[in-house]
Design a protein around this ligand. Sequence first.
Ligand code: TYM
Length: 335
Amino acid sequence: MAEELKKKVMVSGIQPSGDLHIGNYLGPLRHWPEMIEEFDCYFFLADLHTITVRQEPAVLRRRVLELLAGYIACGLDPEKCTLFIQSHVPAHSLLAWVLDCYTMFGELSRMTQFKDKSARNADNINAGLFTYPVLMAADILLYQPDFVPVGEDQKQHVEICRDIANRFNGVYGDVFKIPEPYIAKVGARIMSLSTPETKMSKSQPEGCVFLMEKPEDIMRKFKRAVTDSDREHCVRYDPSNKPGVANLMQIYAAATGKSYEDIEKEFDGQGYGVFKPAVGEAVVETLRPIREEAERLLKDKAYLQSVYRAGAERARRVAGRTLGKVYKKVGFTEP
Ligand code: TYM
């Protein structure tokens, strides 16, 4: 037990707003199975965040189970970490309200994701989209983590979480641990295959490769991947001048563990016609066992239910402790 208490804590989540893609996997998720061996880890399905953009209820219900199966298939053994659905732990919403009152309008207005998403959903710029980072801060701070493993695009949200926590601690003493973002060097920002200047994202499916996609579809997307129009046609890591090639190299490096130097040597003298299918094949082979395991798990709904129920029970206990402390500090009367 004492050993358990000393372990460092990690928290992260993914939105079940679409299927898992290789940005989610090669960025943060592929590192999580190593982390559960060493840290006390909480990984959740961020369904509360998902409704900031309109969702089809039946599709959301299905995606939550698919994402949970995806987590387990990627190697998150539920016996070794806490896997749960965000909406099953009411403390997330309750703490978010308190933190809303310690977050400034101006700092939320500066969030890049808010600006991007409100541009893309101009007919539905709701208050939830605006206060999204506060809910995310609550998700994190409830578990008093040391690290938050995310991709590059979520760094700004972890930073605002730190600012909110510091502001709160400044008033009430050391209530929250101040977490660090934990961003992998390779895979932190996987770009779209069709427009390599933009991040790979489920909202642009043409340039996005999904974990559950059929191998032939994955191969087709890689063969069509945008490279560059220079005459050199050589595989060289140069993100400013050859963003498409650099992105494919990043994907290949993340999937195989090879360095950029090794990849340059491997494809020396060979054109993109050889390189692109090789990246596709490496991705197909990386994803094959995950897809097969997720398909198997999805047939066992009772097992998935037992996993998320046990996870929520544990998460509620831990989150409840932090929420209780916060309520006391701000002066709420004990019920
Ligand atoms: P989400 O669901 O958009 O993405 C989940 C994780 O995948 C990373 N990611 C990427 N990494 C590399 N390249 C890409 N193209 C790429 N696209 C996505 C994200 O950085 C993220 O780590 N707000 C979060 C979910 C969330 C959360 C949290 C995360 C809610 N509460 C608390 C950590 C802690 C989100 O929308 O991620």
